[in-house]
Ligand binder design. Structure first.
Ligand code: GGG
Length: 361
């Protein structure tokens, strides 16, 4: 029996999490849902964005499905983002964001990228303060060797697994560096993203740690890329990338940009992964402009549910969800972000209708 915490959070999180939970209910695995709360609305009502009961409830579960939070862009005394706190409290050190071509208009073909974002430090530790009577704002950017090494190790392990799943043969014949012209999609490749030419201390440490870990995986090609150049080349030729590992903020920005290449934020899931726990969520936020209308795209959250199952080794069930999602994306119904007119529940029910349940048992 898997115990799954459901935390809808704010805005459209309250619509897409129940839709994804419906899909999970139909997948034929022994699941028990535990409903918990967190977010801006919870803070406004209770004074706590992440109530103690939520943290305790999560610790009684195997994993969680999170919706979205609407953290305000201005400082609110007593408030801080619950998702950032959860990543720290549960030591969910890796944020895995697959960006894969989808059968929808506007999606680039041939993209099969996995962004492995460090999830516990960088500017996201929020060590911010005001000085100079409020006229100077300072954010400390913390990068540690330990966190950099473990996220790099995660990236190389996943690259090896993807390589094996594709049935390919690792290439070491080009000095472990692929040239632009090499055919993409056939070989594992880890791209280490940083800005060590400017931030030579912090990104310099990330780079050094990641490249040291690369030496433990001599069969996996590695390259490094400055983050600005990475953004440019990911748009120009996303097909050539495989696993991209980056510090927290760069990974966040690159994955949102990459989502635009493969159908948009409504389709992209993520998994916050630690050694003991996995918390899956859509990459998108709470979308207050469309909240409450029943029109949000549930696909990213349904796919996030699939990532949760995949992380537990329930590959057949995860595959069943992904196949049903691809089928619905191809044939419709589609939500408005994809040019359709369908609502959240209609899309979720269609995914359920196309689940090949036998395959998942
Ligand atoms: N599901 C991801 C999500 O809710 N993103 C919105 C976001 O990043 N909000 C900032 C925050 O409060 O952490």
């Amino acid at each position: 029996m898997y115990r799954i915490a459901l935390i809808p959070g704010d805005g459209i999180g309250k619509e897409v999490v129940p839709a994804a939970a419906r899909v999970l209910e139909e997948i034929g695995l022994p699941l028990h849902f535990v409903e918990l709360e967190a977010g801006w609305e919870t803070f406004q009502r209770t004074g706590h964005a992440l109530p103690e009961e939520t943290v305790a409830g999560l610790k009684s579960c195997h994993g969680a499905l999170f919706g979205a939070v609407s953290s305000p862009s201005h400082r609110v005394p007593g408030y801080s983002s619950p998702i950032v706190a959860l990543r720290r409290i549960l030591d969910l050190y890796a944020n895995l964001r697959p960006l894969v071509s989808a059968p929808v208009p506007g999606s680039r073909p041939g993209v099969e990228l996995l962004i492995v974002r460090e999830n516990t430090e960088c500017l996201y530790v929020k060590r911010e303060r005001l000085e100079d009577n409020g006229d100077t704002a300072i954010a400390e950017r913390v990068i540690t060797r330990r966190a950099s090494e473990r996220i790099a190790r995660m990236a190389f392990v996943l690259a090896g697994q993807r390589q094996r799943a594709k049935g390919g043969v690792p290439s070491i014949d080009s000095g472990r560096r692929l040239s632009l012209s090499e055919e993409a999609g056939k070989r594992a490749l880890v791209t280490v993203v940083h800005k060590a030419n400017v931030l030579s201390v912090t990104d310099g440490l990330f780079r050094e740690a990641a490249l040291a870990v690369a030496a433990e995986f001599p069969h996996i090609p590695v390259e490094e890329q400055l983050v600005d150049s990475m953004a440019y080349r990911m748009i120009l030729e996303p097909e050539r990338y495989d696993v991209v590992v980056a510090p927290n903020l760069y990974g966040d920005i690159l994955s949102d940009a990459g989502a635009a290449l493969v159908g948009g934020l409504g389709l992209i899931p993520s998994a916050n992964v630690g050694d003991e726990f996995v918390l899956a969520e859509p990459v998108h936020g709470s979308a207050p402009d469309i909240a409450g209308q029943g029109i949000a795209n549930p696909i990213a959250t349904i796919r996030a549910a699939g990532l949760l199952l995949a992380r537990w080794g329930e590959s057949a069930a995860a595959q069943a969800i992904e196949q049903a999602v691809l089928s619905v994306l191809a044939d419709g119904p589609r939500t408005r972000d994809l040019g359709g007119t369908a609502g959240t529940e209609e899309v979720a029910e269609e995914v359920i209708g196309r689940l090949e349940i036998e395959a998942s048992r």
